[in-house]
Design a protein around this ligand. Structure first.
Ligand code: ATP
Ligand code: MG
Length: 482
């Protein structure tokens, strides 16, 4: 990888200035404007498009000019050395750390000790990390970072979305950071491929979109990889589920029921799947299939498969469907599919119906009933021309339990339904709710939901299947106050 790649300076077709020095000169002009006039509120032309900017003025950043000068000095100083040597990231970091104090020393007159420490950190973040979002990536309380535009960044903390003061210097700066992220996985993002999924070295999931599809300039969304993923205790603490519900889910997993976790985007499906998967017995052979590997199972006998996107020429894709089919030939006891999509649903249902009981997966839907409708649509997408009734029969006999998640207005993520699929009546799949969230309890003065997941009092039919596996559930789990 060249120095430009490493520093995120690689020319990208979208910005129209591929030459390193041009970019720096451009950045300096922009910096002059922002340092001198306090707020870079003007539109920045990129690819000839003028992007609408926010009307509020940004806070004055006195270090911006210093950072830019130091950054440029550093590039000049390290550039020639690094062009020729294949230094790894550790080596690059060592050299930058070595050279930076000297570069900053030239700024002595402008800086207090505190400023110098801040500038040092910011420049390291700039060169070795991802610029202004690096401190957000380090902050363990932040779970999601949303860069809507170079000067408009939001984060999610404890389920709530807040704007932050951090900003990129301009559109070109944001594009450089995006280029840096995607070049690491051998992809590029430009007008001809304006959206890309990638991952940061720590496993965080990244999506970037750029013009022409992103109308207001590049945008970046980062779902941070939790260093320590939530466990069952955490979800109980957050009120996502109660202890009794956890006990019921554990029984369902051990009793080999097929479980579908349903929820909208970011409602906590993967997190719950990870927790539910932790109930899988350690002596069974588990195969996980994911779009991008997020599950972290503690069991030893786990084989992990991951979707492979097509390369730049559009070849070499290995779909979730291919992986499900292949997994069936690997003698699995259980299959865990991160998210079932398109035609893979058919293979998943067939697997569940042909001796791979106890499989777990998630689907994107807002109610338990919708989740089955989604499955039906996805099976139709497999293009097998099956009659709808046959598909519904497959679904009814494959899926035993649907666990519905939702993100409530107060920012908490809760299980809102545990619903049993009981069979068919005519052409309709029948379901019964075992637990539902009590929305009637209302909210307190802070807007927090007071309700809990309550048993409907119905006795699940699957208790007989659990009994076949010697699993009994205490009757008070279905008592009226779970
Ligand atoms: N029960 C929970 N309580 C609080 N935060 C949670 C909970 N579950 C997940 N989260 C946080 O919410 C974010 C989204 O979680 P997760 O990836 O599990 O959602 P998802 O539904 O799988 O999202 P996507 O639709 O993008 O795949 C993560 O940052 C995670 O840490
Ligand atoms: Mg997910």
């Amino acid at each position: 990888m060249s120095l430009q790649d490493r520093l995120g300076q690689r020319g990208s077709a979208g910005t129209g200035s591929g030459v390193l020095t041009e970019r720096i000169a451009g950045a300096n002009e922009a910096s002059g404007a922002s340092a001198g006039h306090a707020a870079p509120v003007s539109a920045v032309p990129v690819s000839g498009i003028q992007f609408a900017r926010r009307s509020t003025r940004r806070a004055y950043d006195p270090l911006a000019a210093v950072r830019k000068r130091a950054h440029q000095a550093l590039l000049e100083q390290l550039g020639p050395q690094l062009y020729d040597t294949v230094a790894d990231d550790v080596e690059l970091e060592r050299r930058v750390r070595e050279a930076l104090p000297e570069v900053l020393a030239k700024e002595e007159g402008n800086l207090t000790a505190g400023d110098r420490a801040t500038a040092y950190r910011q420049i390291l973040d700039e060169i070795l990390g991802h610029g202004p979002i690096e401190p957000l990536l380090r902050d363990p309380e932040i779970t999601e970072i949303m860069v809507n535009a170079w000067d408009r960044i939001y984060v999610e903390r404890f389920g709530h979305i807040h704007p932050v003061e951090a900003a990129f210097m301009d559109e070109a700066h944001l594009r450089r950071v995006i280029d840096k992220i995607v070049s690491r996985i051998g992809r590029r993002v430009d007008e001809s491929s304006p959206m890309v999924d990638a991952r940061l070295p720590d496993g965080s999931r990244v999506n970037a979109v750029v013009p022409p599809i992103a109308l207001d300039g590049a945008a970046l969304t980062v779902r941070k990889f939790a260093a320590d993923p939530y466990g069952v205790e955490d979800l109980i603490k957050f009120g996502t589920m109660s202890e009794r519900v956890a006990e019921l889910l554990r029984a369902c997993v051990q009793g080999r029921l097929d479980i579908l976790i349903s929820g909208g985007t970011g409602t906590g499906k993967t997190t719950l799947l990870n927790v539910v998967s932790s109930f899988l017995p350690a002596d069974e052979r588990i195969i996980t299939i994911e779009d991008s590997a997020e599950l972290r199972l503690a069991q030893e006998h786990v084989l992990r498969l991951e979707y492979r996107p097509p390369n730049i020429e559009g070849r070499g894709e290995v779909s979730i469907r291919d992986l499900v089919r292949n997994a069936l030939r690997m003698r699995p006891d259980r299959i865990v599919v991160g998210e079932v999509r398109d035609g893979a649903a058919l293979d998943m249902l067939q697997a569940m119906n042909t001796g791979h009981d106890g499989s777990l997966t998630t689907v994107h839907a807002n109610t338990p009933r919708d989740s089955l409708a989604r499955l039906e649509t996805m099976v139709l997408m497999a293009g097998m021309d099956l009659p709808v009734r046959a598909i519904r029969e497959q679904i009814a006999s494959a899926v035993d339990v649907v666990v519905q998640l939702a993100r409530l207005r107060d920012g908490t993520r809760r299980i809102t339904h545990i619903t049993e699929v009981t069979g068919m009546e005519g052409d309709v799949i029948t379901m019964q709710d075992l637990f539902t969230f009590d929305f009637r309890a209302g909210v307190d003065q802070y807007g927090r939901h007071q309700g809990a997941l309550l048993s409907t009092g119905l006795r699940p039919r699957f208790l007989d299947q659990l009994a076949d596996h010697n699993i009994t559930v205490r009757p008070d789990v279905f008592g009226r106050s779970a």
